[in-house]
Design a protein around this ligand. Structure first.
Ligand SMILES: Cc1ncc(Cn2c(C)c(CCOP(=O)(O)OP(=O)(O)O)sc2=O)c(N)n1
Ligand SMILES: [Ca+2]
Length: 529
């Protein structure tokens, strides 16, 4: 009869989980020793990098990713990045090795004590099977739980003596199981919602990451056009759900209660699709909505629906609902939208530096139109969106909870998932340090990401926040003198430092032709988000 490990690898193969993002310890060796030839293992040198690579990979492929970590120490290192994955609804199947089953209670070395509790609340579900024979079914449950709406990360801890145990013959049922979510609005619900939209004088759309995660971008465009409604990206944007040069596009909403409410003034109906209501950030007290404004919320996530402080929510399939709404509302009822003005000329910078707007303008004009941008430069987000020309789904990723250490490794994961599009990481000189070992993985497997480090010598966003909080001068905000070209060389990536537009254009052009990872360190001015 087949071993638990053999059946588990057959199960993983049946779900297309043949890429393992991992960092091993002794507890994981009995599992990895049986890895079949059609599987590949992508090693990350820190578990936060492993997790973020898998996150980028899963988001870009819109499917699950398999992670294998080392017991409690490895899982603990990955939890910082799970704070992003749980909010980006990333379908990660995180497995971790456990000590020999009979020794865990003694808390011997490398025992993951209370393993299933460790990652909560940063996972959708977690478990350690009660018996070796139940390992394949538990991993099957984990895969289906991760991929059923709302998708999310799951965690399974497996004692390492389980892998050699005999699997039950009935485990074979697991290999062909499928599970799907089929939540759609009834005809009556759809008709009523379309009537609400039709009755609105000035509706507005607010679109979130799950529109892009479910490839519903074009359906959102169709509804915005049918309604002649402006479209905003929901605050704390982690994906780009709408083309940024479309006439209906208005930008990314600020992450403050009063600031959002002020921008919605004059709109009598707000339709939020695929985002929590809302991912506020800086404390900015005010009324949640202007007087007389109604909010309707379409989400894949019952928890988002339940915890929102206002509005009426419908848990549903976003692409299906947007498509049917675009066909059901009455077109031509409102004046045509006036597009935003053309992209502004980037602001000038101080001597020997570039303004982030100029960095982004050069990259936009030099890199292919379908480039994928993975960003983690917190003070330059305003500059990025001011210069952005994003047209296709899957063009933008940002850490969904602001947990730094996502950018560099997630860019590697996205490039693995989508080798036909150039991936460019735009990462601050502070953020880069949290996931810097991703450079080694990129070099090791020749993953041709272009890593752009925006070096302003400080934690720029925190300087801005210190102003918002009127905190005055605070310690720990300056990070002068880091040489990322030397760090890159140490990890096997060729890097160049630039401080002029001409040198940047040349460096980007060279990097695009290299066919292997490249790092470009750009000295930039400090800006505000
Ligand atoms: C894991 C982790 N640690 C610390 C922070 C706190 N933090 C930190 C340290 C920021 C500064 C980032 O600096 P940067 O150089 O990457 O980008 P900017 O200079 O453009 O802000 S922004 C922010 O929220 C965080 N979000 N996540
Ligand atoms: Ca910085």
């Amino acid at each position: 009869m087949a071993s638990v490990r053999d059946v588990t690898f057959e199960l993983l193969r049946a779900h297309g989980l043949t890429t393992i993002f991992g960092n091993p310890g002794s507890n994981e060796l009995p599992f990895l020793a049986g890895m079949p030839d059609d599987f590949r293992y992508l090693l990350g040198l820190h578990e936060g990098v492993v997790l973020a690579m898998a996150d980028g990979y899963a988001q870009a492929r819109r499917g699950p990713a398999l992670v294998n970590l080392h017991a409690a120490a490895g899982s603990g290192n990955a939890m910082g990045q799970l704070t992003n994955s749980v909010y980006s609804h990333s379908p990660l199947v995180v497995t971790a090795g456990q000590q020999v089953r009979s020794t865990v209670g003694q808390e011997v070395m490398l025992a993951n004590v209370d393993a299933a509790a460790l990652p909560r609340p940063l996972v959708k579900w977690s478990s350690e099977p009660a018996a070796a024979e139940d390992v394949p079914r538990t991993i099957s449950q984990a895969i289906h739980t991760a991929t059923l709406a709302p998708q999310g990360p799951v965690y399974v801890s497996v004692p390492y003596d389980d892998w050699q145990a005999q699997s039950s013959v009935d485990a074979r049922h697991l290999l062909s199981r499928t599970t799907v979510t089929a939540a759609a609005l009834t005809t009556r619900q759809l008709t009523e919602l379309a009537a609400v939209l039709d009755r609105a004088d000035r509706p507005v759309l607010i679109l979130g990451p799950d529109v892009d995660a479910t490839a519903a971008n074009d359906h959102a465009v169709a509804l915005a056009e049918a309604l002649a409604a402006p479209a905003w990206i929901a605050p704390s944007a982690s994906r780009c759900p709408f083309p940024t040069r479309h006439p209906a596009f208005r930008g990314v909403l600020p992450a403050g209660v009063k600031a959002i409410s002020d921008l919605l003034t004059g709109h009598d109906l707000v339709l939020v699709v695929g985002a929590p209501v809302f991912r506020y950030h800086q404390y900015d007290p005010g009324r949640y909505l202007p007087e007389g404004t109604r909010l309707v919320h379409l989400t894949v996530d019952p928890d988002e629906a339940a915890r929102a402080p206002m509005g009426d929510a419908i848990v549903c399939d976003l692409a299906d609902t947007l498509t049917r709404l675009a066909a059901a509302v009455t077109p031509g009822r409102r004046a045509a939208l006036v597009p935003l003005p053309p992209i502004a000329t980037p602001r000038p910078a101080s001597a020997g530096r570039l303004h982030p707007e100029e960095v982004f303008a050069v990259l936009r004009d030099t890199a292919p139109a379908d480039t994928v941008w993975v960003t983690e430069s917190t003070s330059t987000s305003g500059a990025f969106w001011a210069q952005a020309d994003l047209r296709r789904p899957g063009s933008y990723y940002f850490p969904a909870s602001g947990g730094l250490g996502f950018g560099l490794p997630a860019a590697v994961g996205v490039q693995v998932a989508d080798p036909d599009r150039q991936v460019v990481a735009l990462v601050g000189d502070g953020s880069a340090n949290y996931g810097i070992t991703a450079l080694w993985t990129a070099a090791r497997y020749r993953i041709p990401v272009i890593f752009v480090i925006l070096r302003n010598g400080t934690y720029g966003a925190l300087r801005w926040f210190a102003g918002v909080l009127e905190a005055g001068e605070t310690p720990g905000l300056d990070i002068p003198g880091i040489d990322f070209t030397a760090l890159a060389a140490g990890y096997g990536v060729t890097g160049v430092a630039v401080s002029s537009r001409t040198a940047l254009v040349e460096a980007v052009t060279d990097a695009l032709a290299a066919g292997e990872p490249r790092l470009i360190q750009v000295d930039t001015d400090l800006t505000t988000p």
